[in-house]
Design a protein around this ligand. Structure first.
Ligand code: MN3
Length: 208
């Protein structure tokens, strides 16, 4: 699924995990995935649908449309849609950016990383640094600009980097790692690099 091109609208469904709860072990354990997907994401989906329920005019809007037109929404639901719609968007993309099958970036992506960051390893260390630097809850992202150049950004809370094109993100809210890693965010970040689904990242980069 490409979350950017996703055409789903109200009532937004709870996405299925694209792998088993054990698939990312030992890097991310099944208990963490159960709580993160079945409880945290589910709550964002429910709250988003609840906020939109009284507004039939918005029921055919996609998540992308809602999140990039927040100022056009009724004032009383703007914040709720930003937080919960962002929570749905970010988590769908996060879960859909991981795999239990080891892989590495393709030559196209590797080349784009070399241009933007010097090398794949330098991208890794800059991405890890960005993820570690998020104060409190938020995300570090790999995004592409309109001209195809790559950059790293961070966002607080459930903000998204839209309309920049998101390729990959790491969730550094404590709920993403605390059950398994407790306060050791750096260890979680280091292991997250082992479960990146590079096929999906490349698909987003190429606009598929
Ligand atoms: Mn999360």
């Amino acid at each position: 699924m490409n979350a950017i091109a996703d055409s789903t609208h109200y009532p937004f469904p709870l996405m299925l995990l694209p792998y088993s709860y054990e698939a990312l072990c030992p890097h991310i354990d099944s208990c963490t995935l159960h709580f993160h997907h079945d409880r945290h994401l589910k709550t964002y989906v429910e709250n988003l649908n609840k906020a939109l329920a009284p507004y039939p005019d918005l029921h055919n809007w996609t998540l992308y449309q809602l999140l990039t037109n927040l100022e056009k929404l009724p004032a009383e639901i703007q914040k709720t849609v930003k937080n919960n719609g962002g929570g749905v968007f970010n988590h769908q993309l996060y879960f859909d950016s991981m795999t239990g099958c080891q892989a590495s970036p393709s030559p196209i992506l590797t080349r784009a990383m070399e241009i933007a960051f010097g090398s794949f390893d330098q991208w890794k260390s800059k991405m890890a640094e960005a993820a570690a630097s998020v104060f409190g809850s938020g995300y570090a992202w790999l995004v592409s600009n309109d001209d195809g150049t790559l950059r790293i950004v961070t966002t607080p809370n459930q903000d998204t980097p839209l309309p920049l094109r998101p390729l990959l993100l790491i969730d550094v809210w404590e709920h993403a790692y605390y059950l398994q890693y407790q306060n050791l965010r750096a260890d979680y970040i280091k292991n997250w690099f082992c479960v990146i689904d590079w096929d999906k990242v490349e698909g987003r980069y190429l606009g598929k």
